[in-house]
Design a protein around this ligand. Structure first.
Ligand SMILES: Cc1ncc(COP(=O)(O)O)c(C=O)c1O
Length: 405
């Protein structure tokens, strides 16, 4: 599922000369711009190399540690729970609601116990939600942290996601709303203090990041060119990705500072945010119109102020091999259909952190039925898109007919 969401190849090329400003100045400008957007003091923005590092930093700043329990949505990426055992705390899985892709508040209320110190509030695919005030008041020892990895620039009742709970973590990874290749930040609540990670990404890793990002951007223009580039990069060891130990063994990520390249890429995207968001709203409208015409699919409404990181839709029945179906649909329509999340702990085969199969039936059903469409600035909202979507709708209708038989 290659994508670079809000970034294009010309934008990558234009960012390279900006690197002469140096990482300290680039990071300071990015921090200031983010603070301006969210209307907060710049000291509340802590830049990191990933969203997961920002989560670890937030948990630490809140004093989560040995003996504490952290509630985690059972429909998320493995790098989220990975940060918890490293603090001596334990993961407590909680099912999500298929109706909202987030938590059901009464279920959350019931799940909070004496050992619970933190709740990771999901905003899967991007729409923002808010924990009811009464629930927060009933649990004054518990901090509610927004997993805003998918939800940069989403709002809930006119407030930015990340500003109304006890802190939030965001991601700027390739596929996210703003694409820095990698990157993330914590938005701290007022009064909480945390430092940026002191370690820098090594020179070879920075080269890997550039090579991998170029491959993603080429793939968005021409799938074959992207595939060839990435195959060559893989052969010479220039692919940047999460370590195998993070995925297979559930180890915590070693936090580092946001790379200069990521900051140089993100600044112009941030400056163009209103236009980016308008474009993505239009894409979502085209997707909604096309998919609404296919009987049996589930779509999520997305309140005003919601920005999708990818546009999700669910099939009426679990799909045995979602990846194969995504390939078939992508080939039929020419759009890169995605499979996140392909398990309650994505990617499938990841470390389980004690998850018991069957304990989150709604998350499991979503993992077996949800596919998604790319929210990519490189996709024009034109007649060619509508033709592709018509082919997607026909391919979906054919699949549903086959599987109903
Ligand atoms: C829901 C969710 N939260 C957090 C993250 C972590 O973000 P990052 O890859 O920047 O660490 C991801 C990664 O895709 C994610 O999907």
């Amino acid at each position: 599922m290659l994508t670079a969401n809000s970034l294009t190849l010309p934008m990558l090329l234009a960012a390279l000369p900006r690197l002469v400003a140096g990482r300290t100045a680039l990071r300071r400008r990015l921090r200031d711009e983010l603070a301006r957007l969210f209307g907060v003091d710049a000291r509340r923005i802590v830049l990191t190399d990933t969203g997961r590092a920002a989560l670890a930093l937030l948990l630490r700043a809140h004093g989560v540690g040995a003996g504490d329990e952290v509630i985690v949505p059972a429909y998320t990426c493995v790098v989220v729970p990975n940060q918890i055992p490293a603090l001596g705390a334990t993961v407590r899985w909680l099912d999500v609601s298929a109706a909202t892709l987030g938590f059901d508040w009464s279920r959350l209320d019931a799940a909070i116990g004496p050992a619970t110190r933190a709740v990771i509030v999901p905003h899967n695919f991007g729409p923002a939600c808010r924990v009811p005030d009464a629930l927060r008041l009933r649990h004054p020892r518990v901090v509610f942290l927004d997993d805003a990895a998918h939800g940069f620039a989403s709002q809930c009742d006119g407030q930015w996601l990340g500003t109304y709970h006890d802190g939030a973590f965001f991601s700027f990874e390739y596929s996210k709303n703003l694409s820095g290749g990698i990157g993330g930040f914590a938005l701290l609540p007022e009064g909480l203090v945390a430092e940026e990670p002191p370690a820098e990404l090594g020179a070879l890793d920075q080269l890997r990041l550039l090579a991998t990002l170029t491959g993603h951007l080429l793939a968005a223009r021409c799938a074959l060119a992207g595939r060839v580039w990435l195959a060559l990069a893989r052969r010479v060891g220039l692919i940047y990705r999460s370590s195998d130990a993070e995925v297979a063994d559930g180890v915590a990520h070693p936090p580092r500072a946001l790379p200069a390249l990521s900051a140089a890429l993100l600044l112009p995207q941030l400056a163009a945010l209103p236009a980016l968001l308008r474009h993505k709203q239009r894409l979502a409208e085209h997707y909604r119109a096309a998919l609404s015409a296919v009987p049996g699919l589930t779509l999520w409404p997305g309140a005003p102020g919601a920005h999708w990181v990818r546009y999700p839709f669910a099939l009426p029945q679990p799909v045995a091999d979602k990846a194969a179906l995504a390939r078939r649909l992508s080939a039929a329509c020419g759009l890169a259909i995605g499979v996140w999340f392909d398990d309650v702990i994505h990617p499938a085969g990841s470390f389980r952190h004690g998850y018991l199969a069957g304990s989150a039936p709604e998350g499991e059903r979503l993992a077996a039925t949800v596919l998604n469409l790319p929210m990519n600035v490189a996709i024009a909202c034109d007649a060619a898109l509508d033709a592709r979507l018509a082919r997607l709708a026909a391919a979906l209708a054919a699949y549903l007919k086959e599987t109903a038989a």
